[in-house]
Design a protein around this ligand. Structure first.
Ligand code: ZN
Length: 85
């Protein structure tokens, strides 16, 4: 990850990271060009494409929101969703 110094606009160096939550952290930076020390926020925004485990848990959560009858109809209308032997 490349971070630009807000003072001189040259690349600055991340010296340490302080997690605030599981998806937000402060990045402390020191610029070797001008000596400025700065703090940036790093935050998860959204998935472009979730990993397989995340996709499965998202699908399970969404299916859990459907009433049982709608869930049953979904699987009846889309037999390819079930991969039973
Ligand atoms: Zn600088």
């Amino acid at each position: 990850m490349r971070i630009t110094c807000p003072d001189c606009r040259k690349p600055t160096t991340i010296t340490h990271r302080v997690p605030l939550t599981d998806s937000i952290a402060d990045l402390y930076c020191t610029c070797k060009h001008c000596g400025a020390r700065s703090v940036f926020n790093l935050a998860f925004k959204q998935y472009v494409e979730p990993g397989q485990a995340s996709a499965a848990s998202i699908a399970a959560a969404l299916l859990g929101l459907l009433p049982e009858e709608e869930r049953r109809k979904l699987f009846q209308d889309n037999p390819g969703l079930l991969c039973l032997p």
